[in-house]
Design a protein around this ligand. Sequence first.
Ligand SMILES: *[C@@H]1O[C@H](CO)[C@@H](O)[C@H](O)[C@H]1NC(C)=O
Length: 105
Amino acid sequence: MFCTIGIFLLVAKLSEGLVLPRQAASNAPEQIRISLGKDPNSMVIMWTTMQALNNPSTVPQVVYGVNPFYLKSSSNASINKFVYSGGQQYIYTATLQNLTPATRY
Ligand SMILES: *[C@@H]1O[C@H](CO)[C@@H](O)[C@H](O)[C@H]1NC(C)=O
């Protein structure tokens, strides 16, 4: 009994180590950019993934707030597929609006 559980856990751990991190890396956020928005109360967050999201109905979001333990605001991002000769990337853009100036988020 004990042995069976041990082997099961080992197999689960192995498959996690061999499969999951690779998938996670391909659509993990990279190249995060933060820039000023059109008005003083907004900021634009952009990031890139090398592959599309696993679930096409997922809405990518930036979650933010003034309290790092309670991020109560979110902003949906738009997705733009960028195709170039060497491959493709997905570029995400979210605008955070109604921010309070001189405040750390
Ligand atoms: C953001 O996406 C969620 C999930 O699809 C949706 O329910 C919500 O209305 C969206 N928010 C805005 C501001 O579009």
